[in-house]
Design a protein around this ligand. Structure first.
Ligand SMILES: Cc1cc2nc3c(=O)[nH]c(=O)nc-3n(C[C@H](O)[C@H](O)[C@H](O)COP(=O)(O)O)c2cc1C
Length: 363
């Protein structure tokens, strides 16, 4: 029961229980030995809060700004492929849940629902589009144009794929998409009629993408472009130099390069280098309001959650998504108050320090 959820682990348990093994492992799994998958969660726990006291915290708000507009919660919904595998409401349910929480939903290129349908499901809500670049530039362009046409307000160009990571759970399960599950925008953009398999889809993607392609995309695009999948200060600077409005610090939820840095470990150097010059988002392993507060204190403007929102969707459709985001909102609000903050913008670098090594909390 959604109303019994105390924290995101409850949503995860109920969401996983709804899924057959193939989709469950596709959603939950990571690359290789899943070191980065696990460290993404654990690394947030390597930080400790330095709370300030006696600050009058009767009125605490979680409202924050992303791209110059307010969100009720600085937790966005990350782009996650093939959501119809999780629940029949699919991306529409995700959009409705995100809208109920007053936040942005990012739609994957590999969506089972077209951008206009997502926009219609949650009118007035904020939507961003995640873009994979394809070998045929006209396909990339058509996908981007469709999202802009539907009123989406930013593009996240994913830089850490293709190629797809070594997902051993999927290989062991011989996981394939159900035949009836398609990616209608991609099918329309490629001019095909048959649904594509995951392998066929990755084969169509542009494996030769470079920073100059990001520059062309950003210059042709009428809405802000983010680069998603940045883990170093060097690449964050290159993203800005090539026209990006911001970066998403991310390792794709541990699904691409195993043993790449956990997001929480990559964030500080990037935040320090960018120093507020561009929008800075982070995802990977956020499971607690305290994780959100830590990310904001380290310099992020907002975070994204992938799997938690998906567990909410699997367990309870749009209500499950809203419940997951609601739990994060409550936890963030309490964390802010106990840190002596009344708004996310009150959090700064002085509110966190690395935990002493001997007391690292293992999740
Ligand atoms: C099942 C699944 C599918 C994903 N599909 C995409 C995708 O299509 N495009 C993309 O840029 N990221 C994709 N991601 C990565 C997420 O956007 C995000 O970076 C990641 O889930 C964050 O980690 P978290 O799940 O621990 O919150 C996917 C993640 C999962 C779990």
């Amino acid at each position: 029961m959604l109303s019994d959820w105390i924290n995101l682990a409850d949503a995860e348990r109920d969401g996983l229980a709804k899924l057959d093994q193939g989709p469950r492992d596709y959603f939950a799994g990571g690359a290789g030995d899943e070191v980065t998958l696990r460290e993404n969660v654990a690394a947030w726990g390597h930080w400790r809060l330095r709370p300030r006291v006696l600050n009058d915290v009767r009125e605490v708000s979680t409202v924050a700004e992303v791209l110059g507009r307010p969100v009720d919660l600085p937790v966005l919904v990350a782009p996650v492929a093939y959501q119809r595998l999780a629940h029949p409401e699919a991306e529409r349910g995700m959009a409705v849940g995100a809208a109920a929480a007053g936040t942005v939903m990012c739609l994957s290129t590999l969506s089972t629902t077209r951008p206009a349908e997502v926009a219609a499901a949650a009118p007035g809500a904020r939507h961003w589009f995640q873009l994979y670049a394809f070998k045929d530039a006209a396909v990339t362009r058509a996908l981007m144009d469709e999202a802009i046409e539907a009123g989406f307000e930013a593009i996240l160009v994913t830089a850490d794929a293709p190629p797809g990571g070594n997902r051993e759970r999927d290989r062991r399960n011989r996981f394939t998409l159900p035949r009836e599950l398609g990616t209608p925008s991609l099918t329309a953009a490629t001019g095909g009629s048959e649904a594509l398999t995951i392998e066929q889809t990755f084969a169509l993607m542009n494996h030769a993408l470079t920073w100059s392609d990001v520059e062309s995309l950003a210059s042709e695009c009428s809405i802000p472009v983010f680069v998603k999948g940045v883990l170093t200060a060097e690449d964050a600077v290159l993203a800005l130099d090539h026209g990006a409005a911001g970066v998403v610090v991310s390792n794709h939820g541990g699904r691409q390069l195993d043993r790449s840095l956990a997001s929480a470990d990559a964030l500080p150097e990037i935040a320090e280098t960018l120093d507020g010059r561009a929008a800075l988002l982070v995802d990977g392993g956020i499971r607690r309001g305290i994780d959100v507060a830590t990310a904001l204190a380290l310099g992020a403007d907002a975070v994204l959650v992938g799997r938690p929102a998906l567990w909410g969707l699997a367990a309870g459709g749009h209500e499950g998504v809203a419940a997951v985001l609601g739990l994060l909102r409550e936890e963030l609000e309490l964390t802010l108050a106990l840190c002596g903050c009344t708004s996310p913008t009150d959090l700064g670098r002085t509110h966190v320090r690395r935990a002493p090594v001997t007391s690292v909390y293992s999740v």
